[in-house]
Unconditional design. Structure first.
Length: 167
């Protein structure tokens, strides 16, 4: 009888430890994400909508996202990948005609000023978090023009995507 009480108490401690670690684990990467978004502001009226989120087979995931970026504003979407993971996608302007799009890890990997396809492979040298940054280059004085962007990203199912949350 004494052994059952010890096993039960030990089991409770293990379960509590697992729950604690599970809750704490997502916070470990927050500093890196915070560093990547430092100085980047999300338009409070970005109205981000995930149009479609689908698993493609057992290894890939696809997200289609539509969002608005106010004049002079930026929206950053973060993609967390492992070394050697590939990401592919495209974007186009549904409304508006000017955008500065950049993909960066530790350094800039890609840049475009109009709708385009993109593809890259994550590397240890670039880190594990990549920023897809959309900047509306319209001046705030230019009739307060906003742009609407449609983005599709395909990435490994074990990867993670972080989208801005509305204020």
């Amino acid at each position: 009888m004494h052994n059952k009480i010890d096993v039960s108490a030990t089991l409770k401690k293990v379960i509590i430890a697992v729950i604690f670690i599970t809750l704490l684990l997502p916070l470990i990467g927050c500093e890196e994400i915070s560093d990547l978004t430092q100085g980047v502001t999300s338009s409070s009226g970005s109205e981000l909508k995930i149009v479609k989120s689908v698993e493609l087979g057992q290894t890939w995931e696809m997200k289609q996202i539509s969002f608005e970026v106010g004049s002079g504003q930026e929206v950053a979407i973060l993609l967390k990948l492992s070394d050697g993971d590939k990401a592919d996608g495209f974007f186009y302007l549904e409304k508006g005609d000017t955008v500065d799009f950049r993909i960066s890890g530790k350094t800039q990997l890609y840049r475009s000023d109009e709708g385009d396809r993109f593809s890259f492979t994550a590397s240890q040298a670039q880190g594990d978090t990549y920023s897809l940054l959309f900047h509306n280059t319209t001046d705030e004085e230019e009739s307060r023009k906003s742009i609407t962007i449609f983005l599709e990203v395909i990435y490994p199912i074990k990867g993670e995507i972080y989208v801005p949350v509305q204020d």
